[in-house]
Write a protein that binds this ligand. Structure first.
Ligand code: CA
Length: 390
């Protein structure tokens, strides 16, 4: 038997317990929990075959009562020093995979600061916020099959590009490849068609959260998006972090949304809000360029899920919905390079270089953490990706 020695300042202490899918030399993909710098093989430590699966979906489908029970079992194992040695692997020695099978993928647009900035950039001659924006969380359906795990190379997409000075589009690799720093939420317990999930049922359905980088080709997007919204400018790849932080670890991070005026329609009203105080940081080639505050988002994730299902649409285990780019009021809190560089007109310092959009070989790392009990921090780890030429 081996005890777990977790430094008190670790973002992966027993108050976090995020789940992922890993393998080691000699094992198949399976469910692990990160504690400190160790990964605990749950199929070995708890002797439960649901954790021998190559995705979290079967466990996530078991529901909140089971999530609470398993979390208590893991915490007891870790604190009582009862984890069998053969269940422990150093986090640096394992391979991590997409943690769940993505069913449907929806992306929102829930930051007022981001929406106003994008409105000014894309439609400089009209009101930055569309009339619907403060009445509903605006979103679109993305491409579940191109959600990839952190560390996956991102091939520069090609497509139709048309600058204002061109009379017709041409075709080629995107010249304005960008990031969007977001948080994503994954559904564990499905819902039936015709049975909307109310904001107060959020924690019965949603299993946990990941960091999302919604890679975006701005030149492709600007030409294609009217009138139906984003399509090929987004669908080539979306990266997520490998550790799913359980909603159960985020109680201390719960805050209120900003005042919502006009008051949302009744189906969007929350009791105690699921707005969350999560701090993100964006590194571009190793240099921090932004610190987006998730706590500044206008719409909460519970309101997003309520809106997604209010028309009677069902939801499935593995459904992923992302917040939309997280931007705060300050320039250094903008979660996309198009905002940070104001459409490419105001380059930012990346180390010694002045940069606008992503170049081949660039790497972006987005990390995040939230307050936990007793002054601890709950870490989400990071989501990283490197651009390679097409
Ligand atoms: Ca997005």
């Amino acid at each position: 038997m081996t005890g777990l020695d977790v430094p008190s300042d670790s973002q992966f202490g027993v108050n976090n317990l995020p789940y992922g899918i890993f393998s080691t030399r000699g094992t198949d993909k399976r469910v692990g929990v990160r504690i400190g710098d160790e990964v605990v093989d749950l199929s070995v430590a708890l002797g439960d075959t649901v954790f021998a699966n190559p995705s979290l979906n079967p466990f996530m489908a078991q529901g909140r009562e089971r999530w609470v029970d398993v979390r208590a079992q893991i915490a007891a194992l870790a604190t009582e020093g009862d984890v069998p040695a053969e269940a422990l692997h150093e986090v640096g020695a394992v391979t991590l995979y997409l943690p769940f099978e993505v069913a449907d993928y929806v992306d929102f647009y829930a930051s007022e600061y981001h929406a106003v900035n994008m409105g000014r950039l894309f439609r400089p001659d009209s009101e930055p916020l569309m009339p619907n924006w403060k009445h509903l969380p605006v979103g679109y359906h993305g491409r579940a099959g191109t959600v990839v795990v952190s560390g996956t190379d991102i091939v520069r997409p090609a497509g139709q590009r048309k600058t204002p000075s061109q009379s017709a589009p041409d075709f080629g690799p995107s010249r304005r490849l960008d990031i969007e720093a977001e948080m994503g939420f994954v559904v564990g317990v499905p819902s039936e068609r015709g049975a909307p999930i109310t904001p107060d049922q959020f924690a019965e359905h949603v299993f946990g959260a990941v960091i999302v980088n919604d890679w975006s080709a701005r030149d492709i997007q600007a030409w294609e998006y009217v009138p139906l919204g984003p399509f090929l400018g987004k669908s080539f790849a979306t990266s997520i972090s490998p550790w799913v932080v359980p909603l159960l670890a985020l109680e201390e991070a719960r805050i209120s949304t900003p005042i919502q005026d006009p008051e949302p329609l009744p189906y969007l009203r929350e009791g105690r809000s699921w707005a969350l105080d999560i701090d993100l940081a964006v590194e571009w080639n190793g240099h921090e360029v932004s610190r987006p505050p998730y706590g500044a988002m206008y719409w909460s994730p519970a309101q997003m899920l309520a809106h997604t299902t209010v028309n009677g649409a069902s939801s499935r285990t593995g459904d992923l919905f992302a917040s939309g780019t997280i931007s705060g009021p300050a320039k250094e809190q903008r979660g996309a390079f198009i905002e940070l560089t104001w459409g490419g007109t105001e380059p930012v310092a990346v180390g010694d270089e002045m940069r606008t959009f992503l170049e081949d070989g660039d790497e972006v790392v987005i990390s995040a953490s939230a307050p936990g009990p007793g002054g601890t921090r709950i870490g989400f780890g990071d989501v990283r990706g490197r651009i390679v030429g097409s």
